[in-house]
Structures are given as C-alpha cells and as structure tokens.
Design a protein around this ligand. Structure first.
Ligand SMILES: NCc1[nH]cc(CCC(=O)O)c1CC(=O)O
Length: 280
C-alpha cells in the first residue's frame, strides 16, 4: 500500500440510542416527530462529545439547533418505498379490506388515497420485529424504505417497489447525511472530499420545500427532486391523513436555484391547500 493510502485520522465510533429508537409503542408523530431521532445526537455534538453525526436525512428536522448544520451528504440510495406482503404482489392487488401495518403518516395517507378500502394499523418496532409480525400474519402487508433494506442486505423480503409517480417518498429518503458544528473547520475539511454534490442539490430543494410546509411532522408530505444534467425537477404532494384530499406540485429549473425551486413548490402547495389543511 502506498503511504498516501494509509489513514491519516483515527475515528472513535460513539453509539447513541435516541428516543426515536427507544419509543416503540406509539406513532412518532404523537410523541413529537422528527427531532426524536436527532436530539440526543445533537446534544453530543454541541457538548463536543462527538465531532460528526451520521443521520438519515429523512429523520432530520428542517430547522437545526444553532451552531449545527448538515455539512455533507453521501451518495443517495434508492428513494423508493418497498411493498412487502405474502398475500399480493402489489398494493393495488391486495384483497378488499386488507390490513397494512405502517405508523408513517405519509404512507398511511398515500395508501388510503390509492386504496380507501384498506385498513392501516400502527406498526412500529425494529425491522426484525416488523418482518416477524408480517410473517406471523398480524398484517397483510407493510411498506418500508427500500434504502434501509438494501443497507441491511434484506432485499429478499421485498415483494415489489412503489414508483415515485404513484407513491412519492419522504423528503430525504435514502440519503445519509453528516451533521457537524459550523465552526469546526477541521471536521469540515475532512468532510469536503466526501460530500456528494448531486445528492446535496436534490436535498437542498427537498428540504427547502419541506421547510415551507412542515415543522411538526403531523402532515403527510411527499417530495422528490431529481436531476437531469443541470435541470432540477421537484415533485411534491400533501395528502389529508385519511387520503380523501391531495394537492400536487411539480417545478423545474436550473440546479443552481435548488433552494428557490423547493421554496416555490412549497408555497404553491400551501396556497393550493389553504389554511387548515396543514393543521389537521
Ligand atoms: N423513519 C425511520 C427511517 N428513517 C430512515 C429510514 C430508511 C432509510 C432512509 O430513508 O435512508 C427509515 C425506515 C423506513 O422508512 O422504512
């Protein structure tokens, strides 16, 4: 091995269990939403116990504590939701009145929108627990992020994939990000070479979109930005939790305007849905 291939830094991994990981018996939207996956980790960053934090972008609130920022993105995984069922090949093929387990407000609302006859029931616990419950017949099907299943090398449990055209993923789905202290230049320098530009641009648009609409995690929202050369396209949707009403938006423009495109798409949905919709 050449000398320049040797690691220049040693890293100590500190495992932090967040309340989002610990609370398994209630939907997260009921106990405070997204911050639950990040707070304990951000406290450790602010205390200087750790220097960088690894998160799922999907779990990151749009407003971060002062002094912290998302300072790098890893290349994005598959953004799609996976459909898992021993009973049917796809969501649309499930028998009338089937029971689907999911505690995600977005998945629940989008399932109801496509299949009003389906009963969506709360479904938490770690992946292994969910797969066991599915196997034991507690539910007829469930949905999980394909990215998480791929990372755990569990893709053999997937029955089919939901295409973004009919089922928009959550903002940030499939993208791992790094959060660090904005004044910690040494860490910023370490991260710069691994920051993935395309993912950063897409996530900038998606998070700007989400920031206009949300904060609370109580409104079902889907959003996905894609890049075609320098052309960015953002699609967004908000759905009533019972699936009876939805508003969609699509905006395109130069990637350099990612933040403005996201913001404009959010404002469009806000205007389309009217006051009250987001509060439900
Ligand atoms: N809400 C939990 C969560 N946060 C990120 C992922 C999946 C991995 C990713 O999107 O990067 C998951 C699990 C899931 O949605 O099935």
């Amino acid at each position: 091995m050449a000398a320049h291939d040797l690691p220049e830094s040693a890293f100590e991994i500190v495992v932090i269990k967040t309340s989002g990981d610990q609370i398994q018996d209630r939907p997260l939207s009921e106990v405070g939403g997204k911050g639950l996956f990040t707070k304990e980790i951000e406290d450790a960053l602010l205390d200087g116990r750790i220097d960088l934090a690894v998160h799922s972008s999907k779990d990151m609130p749009t407003v971060l504590p002062g002094g912290l920022a998302i300072t790098a993105f890893l290349p994005r995984e598959d953004v799609r939701d996976a459909f898992l069922s021993p009973k049917a090949k796809t969501l649309m093929d499930l028998p009338h009145g089937a029971v689907v387990g999911s505690s995600s407000l977005r998945r629940q609302a989008m399932i109801k929108r496509l299949r009003p006859d389906i009963d969506v029931v709360m479904y938490r616990g770690n992946l292994q627990t969910r797969l066991r419950k599915l196997e034991e017949g507690h539910v007829d099907a469930t949905l999980l992020a394909h990215a998480g299943l791929r990372r755990l090398e569990l893709t053999h449990v997937v029955t089919s994939l939901l295409e973004p055209e009919e089922f928009l993923p959550a903002v940030g789905q499939g993208a791992i990000c790094i959060e660090s202290r904005i004044d910690d230049q040494a860490t910023l320098d370490l991260l710069a070479p691994i920051d993935h530009l395309e993912t950063k641009i897409r996530l900038t648009a998606e998070r700007a979109f989400l920031a206009v609409l949300d904060g609370s995690c109580r409104t079902p929202i889907g959003g996905l930005a894609t890049l075609n050369g320098s052309q960015l396209t953002l699609k967004g949707i908000i759905v009533k939790p019972d699936g009876t009403e939805a508003h969609e938006v699509e905006r395109s423009g130069e990637a350099t305007g990612a933040e403005a495109i996201g913001k404009a798409a959010g404002e469009t949905l806000k205007a389309l849905s009217g006051p009250g919709f987001l509060a439900v």
